[in-house]
Design a protein around this ligand. Structure first.
Ligand code: ADP
Ligand code: MG
Length: 731
C-alpha cells in the first residue's frame, strides 16, 4: 500500500478544482450584514420602545430590562425564522482560545402536548451551559461548576450558517456563578468601560461635548493556506497546526517572489468564498494580499469598536477554517507552521474615538485639538513604558514563542516607535516647557507644536516595520500579537494600562490647576514630565538587531523570551492592584487566569512532545530502517558477486550514517519521555511550565535535527511524510 503521502499527492494531481462563482455581479453591499441583527433590521422587527431600549443598552453597556428582553427576543426570533433558522446558541469565547456554542432549538412541547417554537427574554438574557470542562484555573470546583452565559447587547446577534443548518448566535459573556469571569469578553467589556470613563474625563479638559470614548481596533490577520489532503498526511499539522519535523525546501522565501505576487487561483476561490461568508456576518473586510512566505496570506477589515472587532476576528477565524474545508484546503492560523519560513502575526491597530467623531490619536487642526492629541499620544507611550511587561505577557503563548525575536517578528522586548517628526515634537516639549508658566510655554503651545504636527500627516511612509508598538499616523499598531490569538488578550491590557495612566494624568493635572496653574499649561507640564519619564521605552532603530537587545538591556528593559516567564507579569502585586483598581479582575481571577495560561502552555508543549515522539518512532524510524535494509541487501548482493569492498563503500557508509541518526533519534525521544514524566510529577503549574519550556522542549530541536537529516538520506519513495516543498508549493 502506498503511503498517505503519495495518496495525498495523487489526489491533488487528479482532484477536481472546487469551482465557485466568485462574486458574479453581486455587489458586496448587497450581501453585507445580511445575517446580522443590525439597527435597520431591529427597527423593522422591534417596537419603538424595545428598539430604543436596546440601542441605549448597546451604547451605555447597561442591562436591557426583562420586559424589553421578551420583545427583543420575539423580534430576533421572527427575523431569524424568516431566514430559516431553527436553533439558537449563546456564543462565547472561553479561555480555550476558540469560540464555543451549544445549540438549542426554538422547538418545545407544552404541558398539553402541543408543539411550538419559543425564544423568550430569559433564553436571550442568560443560559447555563454545562461548561464544567472549560478552563477555570481553580475558580470553580466541580461541585460548583456552574457557568453562565449572559447576553452582550453591545455586539449584534447574527446567523451562522453551516451547510444547510442555520443558527441564531447571541454574543455573550461567560461567568462563574459568583460573577467571576471565565472568558475573554467579560474583562474586555470592563476594560472598554473603564477606559471610556478615564478618557472622557481627560477629553473634557479640551472639549466638554465629549461624553463617550471608544477604543477602536483594526486587526490584520496573517495565515497560511495549504492543501488539506496533504496536510492530513502529517500528524503534526493535523494535531498541532504546525510542522514539528521537515527539512527546509531548496527554495524558500529567499527569492521574495511571493510577496504581493498574484494570488493562486485555488486560494483566490477560497478567499472570495470566505469573504462572502464574512460579509454576510457584517465583518468589513477590506484588503487581501500575499505575504512574505510561500503560501502565506493576509486579510484586514476596516477598523471597528474594539468589542465588535474582537468578535469579528474570532468569527473570521472560525469561518476561514470552515470554508477552507469546502475547498479541500487547510487554513493554518498557527504562529509558526514551518521552521525557517516566516511565521504569522496579527497586527492590532488601536486607537480611541470620541462620540464627537474625533480620533484621539489623530493630529488635530487647531492648537487645542493638537494638545488633546499630544495628551493621548504621550499617555499611551507612558502606559506602555510603565506596564511593558503586562503587554508582553498579553501576547505570550507557546505558539508565539517561536516567532518573537526570530528576525521575522518584533522581539520580546517592548518598545515604542513614533517616527522622526513626533520625536522632535516630544523633544521640544521636554526641553522647552519651563517649570513655571512663561510666555515661552504659551508660544510652544500655540505655535510651535501646532506648526509641527500637521507635517505628520505626510509622514505616513516613515514606518518602522520592526517595532512591536509603532505609531502609524493616527493609531498605534501592536505588531507582536500572534496570528491565532484572541485579540481581546492584548486589548484588555492595553485598555487597562491606558485607563490607569489617564487617571493618574488627570490627578497630576488637577493638582497643578488647584495650585493656580492655567489648564493648558498644567497639561503641558505634566506631559513634559511623562515624556521625560517614559523615554527609555522609545526606540526608533532596528528592533531585530542584536545591538538593540544589548541597548535594551542597558536601558533596563526586560526581554522575556518564553511564555512561562512572560506570564509572571500578571501576578506581581502591582499588576493585581492595577487590574483590581480598574475593575477588570479581582486578585483571585487574575491568579486563576495566570494558572489557565500556564496550563494551556503545558498542554500545548505536551501534545507537541507526544506527536514529535510518535512521528519519530512510527514514521521516521521505520522509513530509515526500511531504506537501510535495502542498502544492506544491496551490499550483500554485491558481496555475493565477489566484488571488492571498494564498490559498495558508499552504501556501507550510508548504512552507518543512518544507524547513527537512528540511534540519536531514539536516544533523544527516550530522554524527552523521561523529562516529560518528571515534568508531569511537578504539581506547581509554574514550575511544571518551566520544566516543559526548558527541558522537554529542548529535545524537539535535537529530534528534529536527526529526523531532517534522515529525510535527506532516505529514498524519497519511502519517505512517508509530505515534504516542505509539497506543503508550501502545491496549490
Ligand atoms: P498596514 O499596516 O498594512 O500598512 P493600514 O495603514 O492600511 O495597514 O491599516 C491597517 C489597519 O489599521 C486596518 O485594519 C485599519 O482598519 C486599521 N485602522 C485604521 N485607522 C484605525 C483607527 N483609528 N483605529 C483602529 N484601527 C485603525
Ligand atoms: Mg500592519
Amino acid at each position: 500500500m502506498s503511503s498517505l503521502r503519495f495518496q495525498a499527492l495523487q489526489s491533488v494531481a487528479t482532484g477536481e478544482e472546487k469551482k465557485i462563482s466568485g462574486y458574479g455581479d453581486k455587489k458586496i453591499t448587497s450581501i453585507f450584514g445580511n445575517n446580522v441583527f443590525t439597527g435597520r433590521i431591529m427597527r423593522e422587527h422591534l417596537s419603538d420602545e424595545a428598539y430604543k431600549s436596546l440601542m441605549n443598552s448597546a451604547k451605555t453597556g447597561t442591562r436591557v430590562d426583562r420586559r424589553m428582553a421578551d420583545q427583543v427576543a420575539a423580534g430576533m426570533k421572527a427575523w431569524a425564522e424568516s431566514h430559516g433558522v431553527t436553533h439558537f446558541t449563546h456564543w462565547f469565547q472561553p479561555l480555550t482560545g476558540t469560540t464555543a456554542e451549544k445549540h438549542d432549538s426554538f422547538f418545545t412541547i407544552k404541558s398539553d402536548g402541543s408543539a411550538l417554537e419559543i425564544f423568550d427574554g430569559d433564553a436571550l438574557i442568560q443560559q447555563e451551559p454545562d461548561a464544567s470542562s472549560f478552563p477555570n484555573g481553580g475558580i470553580r470546583a466541580t461541585f460548583e461548576a456552574r457557568g453562565y452565559t449572559a447576553w452582550d447587547p453591545s455586539s449584534p446577534a447574527f446567523i451562522m450558517e453551516a451547510g444547510s443548518g442555520k443558527t441564531l448566535c447571541i454574543p455573550t459573556i461567560f461567568i462563574a456563578y459568583n460573577g467571576e469571569s471565565l472568558d475573554y469578553k467579560a474583562p474586555l467589556l470592563k476594560s472598554i468601560a473603564a477606559l471610556n470613563n478615564a478618557a472622557v474625563d481627560v477629553c473634557n479638559y479640551f472639549d466638554k461635548n465629549v461624553t463617550k470614548v471608544t477604543a477602536t481596533l483594526g486587526w490584520e490577520q496573517e495565515y497560511f493556506v495549504i492543501d488539506e489532503t496533504i496536510a492530513n498526511a502529517r500528524p503534526d499539522l493535523m494535531m498541532c497546526g504546525r510542522t514539528l519535523l521537515g527539512h527546509a525546501p531548496a527554495k524558500g522565501q529567499q527569492l521574495e517572489d511571493h510577496y504581493f505576487g498574484s494570488i493562486p487561483e485555488r486560494v483566490y476561490a477560497f478567499m472570495q468564498d470566505f469573504e462572502q461568508e464574512s460579509y454576510k456576518l457584517g465583518i468589513p473586510l477590506r484588503t487581501r494580499h500575499n505575504e512574505v512566505a510561500p503560501a502565506q496570506f493576509e486579510c484586514a477589515p476596516i477598523f471597528e469598536e474594539c468589542n465588535i472587532a474582537v468578535d469579528h476576528n474570532t468569527l473570521l477565524m472560525d469561518v476561514m477554517n470552515k470554508v477552507a474545508k469546502r475547498h479541500k484546503l487547510k487554513a493554518l492560523l498557527h504562529e509558526k507552521p514551518f521552521a525557517g519560513v516566516n511565521g504569522s502575526g496579527k497586527h492590532n491597530n488601536w486607537s480611541l474615538a470620541t462620540d464627537t467623531g474625533v480620533n484621539l490619536l489623530s493630529p488635530g487642526k487647531t492648537p487645542r485639538t493638537n494638545l488633546m492629541f499630544l495628551t493621548f499620544f504621550v499617555n499611551a507611550i507612558k502606559a506602555v513604558h510603565d506596564h511593558a511587561n503586562l503587554l508582553r505577557g498579553s501576547i505570550a503563548s507557546a505558539n508565539n514563542d517561536h516567532r518573537l525575536g526570530a528576525n521575522e517578528a518584533p522581539p520580546a522586548i517592548m518598545s515604542v516607535y513614533i517616527g522622526k517628526y513626533l520625536t522632535e515634537v516630544l523633544d521640544e516639549v521636554e526641553t522647552r516647557v519651563t517649570e513655571k508658566f512663561s510666555e515661552q510655554d504659551e508660544q510652544i503651545l500655540k505655535l510651535d507644536i501646532h506648526k509641527q504636527i500637521p507635517e505628520l500627516l505626510m509622514d505616513n511612509t516613515d514606518r518602522n516595520r520592526t517595532s512591536p508598538f509603532a505609531f502609524t499616523g493616527n493609531k498605534f499598531e501592536f505588531r507582536a500579537v500572534g496570528s491565532s490569538a484572541n485579540c481581546a488578550s492584548p486589548m484588555i491590557v492595553l485598555n487597562t494600562i491606558m485607563t490607569e495612566t489617564l487617571k493618574q494624568f488627570k490627578k497630576d493635572v488637577d493638582l497643578l490647576i488647584d495650585k493656580g496653574e492655567k489648564k493648558e499649561i498644567a497639561v503641558l507640564q505634566v506631559l513634559r514630565d511623562y515624556i521625560a519619564k517614559s523615554k527609555k521605552i522609545r526606540f526608533e532603530g532596528d528592533n531585530y538587531s542584536d545591538e538593540w537587545a544589548e541597548e535594551a538591556k542597558r536601558r533596563g528593559l526586560d526581554n522575556f523570551k518564553t511564555t512561562p516567564e512572560a506570564l509572571d507579569a500578571f501576578v506581581t502585586e502591582g499588576s493585581k492592584q492595577l487590574f483590581y483598581d480598574n475593575g477588570i479582575y479581582s486578585k483571585r481571577e487574575l491568579e486563576a487566569r495566570h494558572e489557565i495560561m500556564l496550563e494551556d502552555y503545558v498542554k500545548k508543549v505536551q501534545i507537541e512532545a507526544r506527536i514529535i515522539g510518535y512521528m519519530a518512532t512510527n514514521h521516521v524510524l521505520p522509513a530509515a530502517v526500511g531504506y537501510q535494509n535495502v542498502l544492506i541487501e544491496n551490499v550483500r548482493g554485491l558481496k555475493d558477486l565477489g566484488l571488492d569492498k571498494k564498490t559498495f563503500k558508499a552504501q556501507l557508509n550510508l548504512v552507518e550514517v543512518i544507524s547513527n541518526h537512528i540511534q540519536n533519534l531514539n536516544d533523544n525521544v527516550e530522554a524527552m519521555l523521561e523529562a516529560r514524566k518528571k515534568a508531569n510529577e511537578i504539581t506547581d503549574m509554574h514550575a511544571r511550565a518551566l520544566k516543559y519550556c526548558h527541558e522537554v522542549k529542548s529535545y524537539f530541536e535535537k529530534i528534529r535535527y536527526h529526523a531532517d537529516k534522515l529525510e535527506l538520506l532516505v529514498d524519497d519513495k519511502q519517505w512517508p511524510l509530505p515534504k516542505y516543498r509539497e506543503l508550501l508549493f502545491i496549490r
